[in-house]
Write a protein of this length. Sequence first.
Length: 315
Amino acid sequence: MTAGFGGADAELRAGRTPERPGPGPTPEALLRALDLTVGRRIRGLLPGEYRAHDLGGGTELAQVRPYEPGDDIRRMDWNVTARTSVPHVRVHVPERALTAWLLLDVSPSMTFGTADRRKADVAEGVAVAIGHLATQRGNRLGVVTFGGTRDRRLPPAAGRMGLLGLLHAARVERVEEGTGATTPAGALRIANAAAPRGGLVVIVSDFRGPRDWLLPLAAVAARHHVLAIEVDDPRESELTDVGELTLIDAETGREVRVDTSSARLRDRFSAAARAERASLATELRRVGVDHLVLSTAGSWLRTLAGELRTRGLRS
């Protein structure tokens, strides 16, 4: 585990309660595996392999040309200058740092959790793990939260500053009433407009509610590498036989009274939930994004590392 993530890990553990347990254990071995396997794929987009089209200060030589007033004296090629008796400078192909954007769902439905932790806690841990990888080697991370009443937009920052800003944005402490200040579609449009072409965009959400964000997502996927990480809870796809229940949609506040003692109702609920999630997966594949599913039960970090190691990121 690198020092950068170690400091973030300490922040993740601070101020937790049974109601808001946070992402949970982040074993060093799993973090190292995530760094090695996923980092290798991400670094395919990073400096040395991701170059601008203009000339500037990189490591690969583009040309040697005569000195012109205003040129940086540190770029003088003394060998050519001595050989020709005319001052020459070296011009390199520039290396550009990757700008990644993290789009984080902080809507009321993310505070739901019936297993080891809330969906918001899993999302927070995923955000910091991905952010750790995306802020290395001078690369920058920008953050947009959506679904909350006071959403945050953090401009791209590198290293520890990027991670600390992410920690502040990722933590969902309470449910706030009202309509989200930023919609998922709005967050996608912000990232698409701000990120240079060929960057990395990661969206972490439960993807509940209307799918009016599909068209903006397709537009982002046409210009960037997109990873959609879905967070769900076991109780969202199955009902337990506990008699009559009042189910409340956290996003809309709508209430429905159901009798969970009915086996037919439980079967219909499970079938509808599976069909709805299968439809989501199909839509995400159709627009060309990588899609991973993490649960509030068990080790989200182990699943994340395993899934990304197996699949990698779409080339």
